[in-house]
Structures are given as C-alpha cells and as structure tokens.
Design a protein around this ligand. Structure first.
Ligand code: ADP
Ligand code: MG
Length: 716
C-alpha cells in the first residue's frame, strides 16, 4: 500500500534537471541545471528502474525515504524468539535438502542448542544447497511461524557468519523499490547521494528551530541511517522529529508554490466588471423565490471580485441543490452589464443542457443572448452558434468541452464559469481561459468554478490554497431531508411495492442501475435488461431509459418527458449523477449501492428531495459486503451533510482521488498526511508568507529542492 503510494505519487517529470524548465518568477534567471543533481554516472537500466520509483535526479535519492525499518540489532536464542514479527536468529546447519512434495523446495534445519528452526525456500539456486553444508553457522532474519513441522521461517534473509560476529548497531532501513533493484544497491546509491548532494538547510535556522524541528541534514541523515538504540516504533509511526521536519518542508514547499502562483495570477490583470445592477436586479425580480442568505453572501463576494482589475479565481461550493446556478447567472449578468461575454462549461451533456435551459429562460427576457455548444450539434446550428459568439451577439455560451474547441472564438470573453470543475483536467480549464486572454494586454478572464463536492478544510488549506472560496451552506427553504434506507437485495419485492405506491399517488421515481466499472457494454446491457424487467413488473406505469450511449437529442427527449411527468419511472445508469432537477421525483432506488463511491451516492441522492414533498432514497445492496463497502453505506446512511461526507471520503480514499489528481497536474504529498499532520500544515501555512517576504532566496531554494520542475505545473 505504502509502496504503491510512494511510487505513484511522484510524476515522471519530477526532478531538478529539466533543462527546458521555464524560469520561475521567484528567480527568472535560474535555468542552469545543478551539476550535483545528475544521475549520468549510472547505467541506463538502473536509471530506468529508478525512474519507476520517481527518481530522476540525485537529490530525489535523498528524498527516497525508508518505507519501514528492520530491527537486526538484537540476536534472539531460537527458543526465545517471538513469533509474528521479523527477528534475527543464529544457528548451525544440521541438515539441508531439496524436497519435491508438495512442491519443489529447499529445506534447511538450524539449531543453536536451545531449539531447532526450519528455513524454507521455494525459489533457490542449486549453489545455495551447496553452501548450506552441515556445520555452517547462519544468521537469518525473518518472521517465525509455526508450521506443520514446528517453527519455521519462509524465505528468510540469511548469511554465513563466524560465531560471535557483531550484530547491526542500528535499525536497517527498507526502501520502496522495484523489480531488479535490490535493497543493497538502492542503499548504496542513497549513501552516495547523501555524501554528494548539498544538504544545507534551505530555511533560516530560526524557522525549524522555533518549531522544535531538526536541521534538514540531520533529519534525512537520521532517517536513512538511524543511530544505534533508536527504537523502531519511534520511526515507524513517523512522529519522530526527523520525519516531522521532512513533512514540514514538503508542506511548506506546497504553501510557497501556491502563493507564488497566486501572485503571478493577480499580476496578470483582468477586466474590471463594474456592477451596474440593471440586469442583475431584473433577474432577481423575475425569480419565483428569494435568494437564501448564503446565496446572497456568495453573490456579494463574487460581485466584489469581478469589479476588480485582477482575475478572480473563486470556487463556489455548495451541496447538491443548494442553488449555485442562479448565483452563476448573476455573475454572468454582471459581465453582460459591462458588455463582455461569458462561457459556461459543464462536464456532461445532461448537465450542460440543463444549464443552457436555465440560462436561456432567465436571460432571454432580459435580451441577453445565450448560445449552445455540444458535440451533437448539427453543422448548421454549430455555424450559427460560432458566428453568434464571434460577433458578440451571444453574450453567454453554454456547453460541454465542445466550448474549448479551437474554432470557438469569442469577441470579448471576460468570465469563464466551470461547473463540477474537478471533472476537468488542467489543460481543459486552461484552454477555456485562454479564449479570453488578449495578447499583449496581459489580461485574463475571471474564473468561477463550481462544485457540489465540498472541499474539506485540510484540502482547502493545502491544495486549494490559491482559490478563494464561497460557500453556500444553507439549502433553499422548504426542503425536507431525504430519508435514506438500506435494503438488502433479498427484500427487492418490498422495494417494487414502494415504487408502485409512490407513482400511483402522482410522484415520480428513479431507478439507478448498477455501476459496472469493468465494462461499459455490460453496464448498458444491464440497464436495458433492468428496464425490460421493470416494464414487465409495472404494466400500468410509463417507463423511460437513459444511459451514456444515448444520442444527445434522444437523451434530452427522455429527460424532458420525465420533467413533464409523462414518464413516471426513469431507469438510468449513473449518467443522471449530476444536474437533473425534477422536483416531483420523490423516490430513488440505487441498485448495488455497495459498488458506488461516497461522492457518487451523495450526488445521486441529491436528485430527490428537490421539492417540498418528503423523499426517500433506497440503497439496495447485495451480500457479501467488503469492509470498505459496509463503511461507505454506513456513512451515507448516517450523514446528509455533503461536507461531512466529503471529509469521510478524504479519510477513506486519500486526497488524490478527491482532487482528480491524475489529470489535475497537482503534485501530491508524499510524506505528509493531511489528517495526521494538520498541526504541521498549519505551521507551514503560517510560515510561508513571512518566509517569502523576509527570505525570498531561502524560499526559492526551498521550492527548487522540493518541487524542482514540478513547481511550474501547479494550479494552472
Ligand atoms: P445546485 O447547487 O445543485 O446546482 P441548483 O442551482 O440546480 O442547485 O438549484 C436547485 C433548485 O433549487 C433549482 O430548481 C433552483 O431553481 C432552486 N433554487 C435555487 N435557489 C433557490 C432559493 N433561494 N429558493 C428556492 N429555490 C431555489
Ligand atoms: Mg448544479
């Protein structure tokens, strides 16, 4: 687990020797590679294996820290060695043989006068057999288990010794490694790097000192070569000051990088969209509801940002159904009041279409033109939309990622709104923003991102430190919380009855088909079969089916019929996860809920309970449940607050998944753990600003050491 993390957390482009690295704003001249950092002396094979571990430069070896430690400092008598943990023992070979039953294996018995121990090898060389002659004194390290023939060690590490040879005085580090790279070889490379790299502190001594943390050199030195008598538990738990120093440095680098990017962004400049309030006021007057207090607050924050000549970068977060869309529409209108254009991009066709519908309904009466872009547009419609946007006749363009295609050119784009922003990659967000960059003027469009997956506080403090955040933490009035029920598949008949009861009295229901990650085709087949089976069960109801493979217009037609009430039971794959808004739907059944993630379940559940009638979400699950599935179902059953659910999600899955980091370009933390090291995160955050101000050189050195070229990839 740990091993996998360490290797996957480090992007291949990591390192300090990327000659093409664009100059950092902290140090525009620094483009010379550090000669110390080269791995040039190594064979190509070794370099390739190191690259697999994320090691591209010599200094990366310094930061390749042990996964755990073996304690070979204590030699146990065979009759006293504890079972269940790796121990060091010694004895003379009494017998050594190859056995062929039940499979080929090498069996070697050793004894030390107190007891006999079996060493068992399934993979071995014939030369091994020859060297293990009776009388040879062996030292073996491994875990003792009670096998069929008494105590045994399977595949111990061993070597021949003289009686009385000294034992290790310190713990033995064990590194994450990869096939073909032995621990010993890795240890030698690391020792070499430790001797050859600049380990001087990047930070002024009073900083780590004031926090009770050791110097950098001392910290990495201790972690690679623990001093004698240091207890294993101290290091294993990663609470040792040396570990804390490394984690602090990593968190500090992240904080510094965020601040540098923020400065850079703000210095780019943007159009100041001074509020005139004629259009926004008209929209507010036309709405059938009053904004909630939380919506008003978010709107004020956005209004204020847009009026400034610096590009806004704001996240509008609020639980599903909290009413983010209308706030986005207000922002769009403020932009329209200044005669500028707005792009609204959403990750799925259904969601984008829903936005288009709402924007068009709200803005058309105000004579603000809205254009629609999607992959499925006819050539003629597309040409019309392109022309409208290019000439400025359409003030707002709503669409999927079709919006970022090259041919889409705006007359004057000043605001980019991105819904479910974490579903887009860095490059897609950047591409949309570039549509508003005006060459030579250094100006960028404002950016408003929306998300229904609230960012837990620790993430907001770390990965999202460069974002301003507005939170809608209040649901529109009159909503009743959704009642969640966990129902075993065995009680399916009861669920069927509930659907009939609900639809008979005029409500509508969703039936969400199981997620089948391995195969989209199978998922589709299951959805069709479910639809057919349910249609046979409910001859008196009108059913519809939506899935990801449906053509855009076909999908829109089914959704429209459901919205009108012509369809009572909508069978759907998880495509309805975001963006469906049908207040009359009060019942949702989710099949195989145990396969779905927390965020997904929460989003799906948010599709019901949008009107004032009480709503129910039935989570159908099938035994056997894994521990993780059981825990997810328990959390979703117990919690309704999206923040609380996101917090649990972070705990269960780690930040990578939540950030969508595979495509976000954000380097993940390797050592620090946002939950366990919250105190360090807070300290790093407090330290970053004064360090940049008072010791810019130190800050630059620190960033170069920790992020190197990756620094440039952060948070575009
Ligand atoms: P989300 O935050 O999930 O995007 P929406 O913007 O789709 O939520 O809003 C959900 C529903 O609530 C919509 O039907 C919207 O018109 C309605 N709504 C938004 N704000 C209010 C409000 N202040 N009072 C009543 N209904 C509202
Ligand atoms: Mg929404």
């Amino acid at each position: 687990m740990k091993l996998k993390r360490q290797t996957t957390r480090r992007p291949d482009h990591a390192g300090h020797v990327d000659k093409k690295r664009p100059p950092s704003i902290l140090n525009p001249q620094s483009s010379t590679p550090d000669p110390q950092s080269s791995l040039a002396g190594l064979s190509e094979g070794t370099r390739a294996r190191l690259a697999k571990l994320g090691i591209a430069a010599k200094f990366d070896l310094v930061l390749h820290l042990p996964l755990r430690y073996d304690d070979e400092t204590r030699l146990y008598a065979l009759n006293e060695a504890p079972a269940g943990e790796p121990v060091l023992v010694e004895g003379n070979v009494v017998e050594c043989d190859v056995k062929y039953r039940p499979r080929r294996q090498l069996i070697c018995h050793i004894e030390d006068g107190s007891a006999v121990l079996t060493l068992r090898f399934f993979n071995f060389y014939t030369s091994q057999l020859k060297s293990l002659v009776p009388g040879t004194r062996l030292r073996a390290f491994g875990e003792i288990r009670n096998g069929f023939y008494g105590p045994e060690m399977v595949h111990p590490r061993y070597r021949a010794v003289q009686s009385g040879a000294p034992v290790a005085r310190a713990l033995t580090p064990v590194y994450p490694t990869t096939a073909g790279l032995a621990q010993d070889a890795l240890r030698r490379l690391i020792a070499h790097a430790l001797a050859g790299c600049d380990l001087d502190d990047t930070l002024p001594p009073e900083l780590p000192g004031g926090l009770g943390l050791p110097a950098f050199r001392a910290a990495v030195g201790l972690l690679h070569n623990p001093p004698p008598h240091l207890a294993r538990e101290d290091l294993q738990e990663r609470r040792h000051p040396a570990w804390r120093r490394v984690k602090f440095d990593e968190l500090l680098a992240q904080q510094l990088s965020m601040r540098v990017h923020r400065e850079r962004r703000l210095s780019a400049g943007a159009r100041a969209l001074a509020p005139r309030a004629d259009l926004t006021r008209s929209l507010l007057a036309s709405l059938p509801f009053e904004l909630t207090r939380a919506q008003r607050r978010a709107w004020r924050e956005i209004e204020h940002d847009l009026a400034r000549p610096r590009p806004m970068q704001r996240l509008l977060q609020g639980d599903v159904g909290s009413g983010k869309t209308v706030v986005a529409a207000l922002a769009a209108l403020q932009c329209a009041e200044s005669g500028c254009q707005v792009a609204v991009m959403a990750p799925t066709e259904i969601l984008a279409e829903q936005h288009y519908r709402k924007f068009a309904a709200w803005l058309a009466p105000l004579k603000v033109g809205v254009a629609w872009f999607s992959g499925g547009l006819s050539r003629k419609d597309k040409r019309a939309a392109l022309a409208a946007v290019a000439k400025g006749a359409a003030v707002v363009a709503v669409g999927t990622h079709a919006l970022i295609e090259e041919e889409v050119a705006f007359a004057d784009l000043a605001l980019a709104i991105i819904d479910e922003q974490h579903r887009f990659g860095v490059h897609q967000r950047l591409a949309l923003r570039m549509k508003g960059a005006r060459p030579g003027q250094g100006a960028q469009p404002h950016q408003l991102m929306m998300s229904a997956t609230p960012i837990p506080r620790t993430l907001a403090m770390s990965y999202y430190a460069d974002l301003d955040v507005s939170t809608i933490d209040e649901a529109p009035p009159g909503r009743t919380p959704v009642l969640t029920k966990l129902v075993s598949e065995a009680r399916r008949a009861e669920v069927i009855r509930r659907i009939r009861d609900a639809c008979v009295v005029g409500s509508q229901a969703y039936w969400v088909c199981p997620l089948i990650e391995e195969s989209e085709a199978l998922q589709l087949k299951t959805a069709r079969e479910t639809h057919a089976a349910l249609a046979a069960t409910f001859p008196e109801l009108k059913l519809g089916l939506v899935h990801g493979r449906l053509k855009g217009e076909e999908k829109a037609r089914v959704m429209e019929e459901f919205r009108r009430g012509a369809i009572q039971l909508l069978v759907a794959t998880t495509v309805i996860e975001v963006g469906v808004d049908v207040p009359n739907a009060t019942l949702m059944v989710i099949e195989h809920a145990e396969r779905m993630g927390l965020a997904q379940l929460h989003q799906l559940r948010g599709r019901v309970g949008r009107g004032s009638d009480a709503a129910t979400c039935i989570l159908l699950y099938q035994h056997p449940l894994t521990d993780a599935a059981r825990e997810r179902l328990k959390i979703i059953y117990e919690h309704h607050d999206g923040f609380e659910i996101a917090r649990h999600d972070l705990r269960l899955r780690g930040p990578g998944e939540l950030l969508g980091a595979r495509q976000s370009g954000v380097p993940l933390l390797r050592f620090a753990d946002l939950n366990a090291d919250l105190d360090l995160l807070e300290q790093a955050r407090a330290a970053a600003e004064p360090l940049l101000r008072e010791h810019p050189d130190a800050a630059r050195r620190h960033l170069a050491r920790w992020l190197g070229a990756r620094h440039e990839y952060l948070k575009v």
